[in-house]
Ligand binder design. Structure first.
Ligand SMILES: [Zn+2]
Ligand SMILES: [Zn+2]
Length: 471
């Protein structure tokens, strides 16, 4: 059996791992690589394998760095099934369509420049239509319901507690060549225990081969209640200054977590009086309705909260919250005087409506930009986290006077201890090989060091891009 790491190798984004066994090919995730524009385009456009040769795909969760290149895979000739949870499938309907729209816009932007130079134009990596076509191949599965996806290969999805519908992937494989059965566990993204709405991430007692994420290797999150307090304080203080809180957030997952936190504050009368809250992202609007459709993926606490403490029984809505879909309505938010909370995408401040809100508010010292998620290198979000005061938005320089508040505790990812504990759970059968993916080199190395030193593992690898391992 062979595993090749075609993405999220020594970096976080672009999750794509290829397993070859018994003459068949299984692709785990098919994510978009997110980085510098030109490099990303090249890497995402050209798949590192023949799409037609893949027999089956398993998708851990709907985030674009895991699902975002599926339409390209299908367009390039992949004909097999894509197994994931039903919530992941439904989230992908909205997310891949949105991503197709972004690809179309991106190609238009690039082509404008190419035309000026008289160079040949490029095509979008995929379109909204390609995204719609890909949905045909999705197959929704429940958690903990084993299913044979190829002869001799059984798939079981376990709740990863990372976002709605997120899964850890267990494959029980009868390897005909070595005549051994192999349990391969792919962690997907491992959740941060204690996150509202989501269940505690699953653990496993046995595995032979593990592919696991390492985003927060070497870093610990502050306790959840500390984050909640900082969140409330930041909103209150900005309100007192008469400023706006601008929150760049992934339309999927993080936005709903933030809305849920605000909803709770509202019900407890802890939200400053009359402060309007806007979720300005058409994708977030669509995705929030998918969240409402999948209560089977919530934890028990939330289910009880909905019944007992939320008067309207809507976790993602309260009277002062407005969801904004139309561009015209988004523009009217700019004219608003006085305090407000504005949640918008993209989460790493690379594109989308958040750029308009930032442009309009970043030079005003009363305002706060609240960072609630991980920011990739080279993104504007990362620059803000690093304290940059001169930032470029739509090609123009802005001097940042607004405060930047970083809330690490909202992370959907396990921290260093969480990752180590996840591995510690393999008690009955310890994996002989652990591959660390989905982390920058320093993070993956920090985790590797702990697994070797604290848990006495020897077979820990940090694969390079396209590196293959025969097992
Ligand atoms: Zn994720
Ligand atoms: Zn991820």
């Amino acid at each position: 059996m062979k595993i090749t790491f075609h993405g999220a190798a020594r970096t976080v984004t672009g999750s794509q791992h290829l397993i070859e066994v018994n003459g068949k090919k299984i692709l785990l995730d098919c994510g978009l690589y997110q980085g510098k524009r030109s490099e990303s385009r090249e890497r995402n456009k050209k798949l590192p394998f023949d799409a037609r040769s893949i027999d089956v795909m398993v998708l851990s969760h709907a985030h674009i760095d895991h699902s975002g290149n599926i339409p390209n895979l299908v367009k390039s000739g992949f004909k097999g099934d894509i197994f994931c949870t039903s919530a992941t499938r439904d989230l992908c309907v909205a997310m891949l369509s949105d991503s197709g729209h972004i690809q179309e816009k991106d190609a238009e932007f690039v082509n404008k420049r190419l035309r000026k130079r008289g160079d040949p134009e490029v095509e979008p990596i995929y379109t909204q239509q390609d995204a719609a076509n890909a949905m045909e191949q999705f197959v929704g599965c429940g958690y903990l319901r084993p299913r044979e996806i190829l002869s001799g290969v059984t798939l079981t999805l376990h709740d990863a507690g990372h976002m709605l519908g997120s899964a850890m992937v267990a494959l029980d494989i009868e390897d005909q060549e070595t005549k051994r059965t192999v349990k391969l566990v792919f962690s997907g993204d491992i959740g941060h225990p204690g996150m509202p709405i989501l269940r505690t991430p699953s653990v496993f007692e046995e595995a032979d081969i593990v592919i696991m994420e390492s985003t927060y290797g070497g870093r610990e999150h502050p306790p959840m209640d500390q984050t909640q307090t900082k969140f409330e304080d930041t909103i209150r203080e900005t309100y007192k200054r008469g400023g706006k809180v601008i929150i760049p957030a992934f339309a999927v997952g993080r936005t709903q977590q933030i809305v849920f936190a605000l909803n709770k504050l509202y019900n407890e009368n802890d939200l400053p009086p009359n402060i309007p809250v806007f979720v300005d992202s058409p994708l977030a609007v669509d995705v929030t309705s998918v969240f409402r459709m999948h209560p089977e993926a919530y934890d028990e606490k939330v289910a009880a909260y909905m019944v007992n403490e939320d008067p309207d029984g809507d976790l993602f809505g309260f009277p002062r919250l407005k969801y904004v879909r139309k561009v015209e309505d988004s523009k009217t938010i700019n004219d608003l005087k006085g305090p407000a909370v504005i949640i918008s995408a993209s989460g790493m401040v690379e594109f989308g409506r958040i750029l308009h809100h930032l442009k309009n508010n970043i030079e005003d010292a009363r305002n706060t930009v609240m960072i609630v998620g991980w920011q990739a290198p080279y993104t504007l979000g990362r620059r803000l986290v690093e304290g940059a005061t001169e930032v470029r938005i739509f090609g123009e320089e802005y001097h940042r006077r607004a405060q930047v508040a970083v809330m690490n505790g909202f992370s959907g990812h396990a921290d260093h201890s969480g990752l180590v504990n996840w591995v510690r759970a393999f008690q009955t059968r310890k994996p002989r090989e652990i591959f660390l993916v989905h982390g920058e080199p320093t993070a993956a190395e920090a985790l590797s060091a702990s697994l070797k030193k604290d848990l006495s593992y020897t077979g820990v690898h940090i694969p390079d891009l396209h590196e293959e391992f025969i097992l």
